[in-house]
Design a protein around this ligand. Structure first.
Ligand SMILES: CC(C)(COP(=O)(O)OP(=O)(O)OC[C@H]1O[C@@H](n2cnc3c(N)ncnc32)[C@H](O)[C@@H]1OP(=O)(O)O)[C@@H](O)C(=O)NCCC(=O)NCCS
Length: 187
């Protein structure tokens, strides 16, 4: 059996209802810096603290670029009315097994409209339909109810709890595992 060719996500813009997923740009740095001052974002994501402008510059200029160039993932701005309202990405992509994982945060000025769930659905379908992946996962700390609700509203199926599987600011956590698989799109 020959090894599969090296694969990566092509830069893309993906349109959802009332939002667009588009590549990050240097004009997003101020909004990312502002958004990452938020208490619950700092609570649930392993971000530097204090989160400074240089961290956002690094995220846009290096982290996002490296994710795509290595094939491991792709980072999108979630744009509403011309402004970044959050970020969503594919990560830990394994092109051989056909699996990837979604991560997201929504800025305080974008919350309360189910944006993460809607963006996750659009991005998962893009991964499964356009890139031929087979399985998309979302993992959320057992105590992060908002993230679990977002996964459920995206139509992901709860599979169970992975013990001691992640970490947040407060320490190690169990993670609820959700998935959307290719056959879910063709029941
Ligand atoms: C998780 C997150 C992305 C959801 O943002 P959002 O799409 O704007 O979510 P909403 O505010 O519309 O809420 C989605 C659902 O969660 C519920 N919810 C929101 N905050 C909640 C809270 N603190 N406790 C319990 N439920 C909550 C809402 O009522 C809503 O429920 P519904 O689907 O039954 O209507 C956002 O809260 C966030 O960025 N959190 C910090 C970063 C994070 O946790 N990322 C995920 C890591 S796995």
């Amino acid at each position: 059996m020959t090894a599969p060719a090296e694969r990566r996500f092509a830069p893309a813009t993906v349109t959802g209802q009332g939002f667009v997923l588009r590549p990050l740009s240097s004009t997003d740095v101020d909004d990312i810096t502002d958004a990452c001052q938020d208490g619950s974002t700092l609570q649930w994501l392993p971000l530097p603290h204090p989160y400074e402008r240089r961290h956002a510059e690094d995220f846009v200029g290096k982290v996002a670029t490296t994710a795509r160039e290595t094939g491991r993932g792709i980072v999108f701005a979630v744009e509403v009315d011309g402004r970044l309202h959050g970020c969503i990405d594919l990560k830990a992509t394994d092109w051989v097994s056909g699996t990837t994982e979604i991560g997201y945060w929504v800025a305080p000025w974008g919350r309360g409209r189910g944006l993460a769930g809607r963006a996750a659905r659009v991005l998962a379908e893009w991964a499964l339909r356009v890139h031929g992946l087979e399985r998309v996962v979302i993992r959320a700390a057992t105590v992060n109810v908002a993230s679990q609700r977002a996964a459920e509203s995206a139509g992901f199926v709860r599979e169970g709890v992975a013990r001691n599987a992640g970490y947040v600011r407060a320490g190690r956590v169990d993670l609820v595992v959700y998935s959307l698989v290719s056959s879910d799109l063709h029941p």
